[in-house]
Design a protein around this ligand. Structure first.
Ligand code: NAD
Length: 355
């Protein structure tokens, strides 16, 4: 029989007598599949025990972490000071984020309470960039309308006129891992790409990607399409607001696959109403916690702003799915186990977020 390939970096030095018990919050079937598959691949899978629960980490569910060594959470779990304090009293020493953003965890409080945080800095940055491009192309070529029309036997083309991507100017906010893949994709379409970042990549790398850095206001003035790839923090919260929108080209297409809080959604709605913004693709929404990842098809969605966005023909909403590829899920599971292993052996996860 063929031997399984073991992941050599993992589990070599684990104390044979103990099992490391983790409670995984906000688990979906695809998480369980990828984590179970990775677990089987380890040399000593019996050294880990993962309990999967669907509930989000919240005031109501925090007690369930009692008896575990650590917890594993996702983007919409509540990592506020109040929750972290409760986790400390329960005895939790490790929180593993299975995502690259960590804006939902109060890192200062975690440090104060002696809780180590691990995260997955990069899994498939291309996956998010590809989703951003899909949102742009759906809006531009009205694929969502065409799909419904044809299914209803309506083969007319009125109202489906798009524009050539070739030659258009795309503004990319944030030239980190995802931003750089986004630049590559839009350059492939023949677009001119202008970008903004507080940290600029080396000239050689920038030339190879074929884009230029310009001031934020110049991006607003020049871009036909703007794609956001920044982290959410105090400096970037509501970066896209009434004032910045006013500086944009009329009819601009705006896409956000980063974090909902980067956009002031009320200002966005006003700009959609006035036509200042021509189309919006959102994979994230600032008040997504209650709704995203859940089925509300038989319930009332009582967030009027979300309802408004859902009803506009030139708005495409996806529920924080830009990361969701097979490759990304495998990579998230692998890095999360590496973080766990490093914590068990050295007391620190392999990847810890910066404060
Ligand atoms: P990254 O850290 O590689 O890149 C972020 C870039 O933003 C960096 O180059 C940094 O210098 C720049 N930056 C930070 N603060 C800035 C500021 N105030 N002004 C200008 N530039 C600033 O991050 P990434 O992996 O490319 O992720 C980007 C975003 O995508 C994050 O918000 C992350 O949470 C989000 N994300 C979303 C999904 C999804 O499924 N929708 C999946 C993964 C990541």
């Amino acid at each position: 029989m063929k031997r399984r390939n073991h992941d050599s970096t993992l589990l070599d030095n684990i104390d044979k007598s103990s099992t490391f018990r983790i409670l995984m919050y906000s688990t979906k079937d695809y998480d369980k599949l990828s984590f179970d598959a990775k677990l089987k691949d380890l040399k000593q899978p019996e050294k880990y025990e993962i309990t999967y629960i669907h509930q989000r980490l919240s005031k109501d569910s925090v007690k369930q972490a009692s008896g575990y060594a650590g917890i594993c959470i996702f983007v919409n779990d509540d990592g506020s000071r109040e929750i972290l304090e409760k986790l400390k009293y329960i005895g939790i020493k490790l929180i593993l984020l299975r995502c690259s953003g960590y804006n939902n965890v109060d890192l200062k409080s975690a440090e104060e309470f002696g809780i180590e945080i691990g995260y997955v800095p990069s899994y498939s940055p291309n996956a998010v960039a590809e989703h951003a491009a899909a949102l742009v192309m759906t809006l531009n070529r009205h694929i969502h309308h065409a799909y419904n029309r044809v299914r209803n036997g309506n083969f007319r083309l009125d109202g489906l006129v798009g524009f050539d991507m070739n030659g258009k100017t795309v503004g990319v906010l944030g030239t980190g891992r995802i931003g750089q893949f986004t630049i590559r994709i839009f350059r492939g379409f023949g677009c001119r790409v202008v970008a903004y970042d507080i940290y600029k990549i080396k000239d050689d790398d920038r030339n190879a990607l074929g884009f230029e850095y310009i001031e934020l206001d110049d991006i607003y003035a020049q871009a036909d399409i703007i794609s956001i790839h920044l982290p959410l923090d105090e400096k970037t919260k509501h970066l896209i607001n009434a004032q910045s929108i006013q500086k944009m080209k009329k009819g601009v297409i705006l896409v956000n696959t980063a974090r909902g809080g980067l956009i002031d959604t009320k200002a966005l709605i006003n700009a959609l109403k006035s036509g200042q913004i021509g189309g919006v693709g959102l994979d994230v929404y600032e008040n997504e916690q209650k709704y995203f990842f859940n089925d509300f098809s038989s319930n009332i969605v009582d967030d009027d702003i979300l309802i408004q966005l859902m009803s506009y023909p030139n708005v495409i909403l996806t529920a924080h799915q830009a990361f969701l590829t097979y490759e990304a899920l495998c990579s998230i599971a692998k890095v999360t186990f590496e973080n766990m292993h490093a914590f068990i052996t050295n007391g620190k996860p392999l990847n810890t977020p910066q404060m």
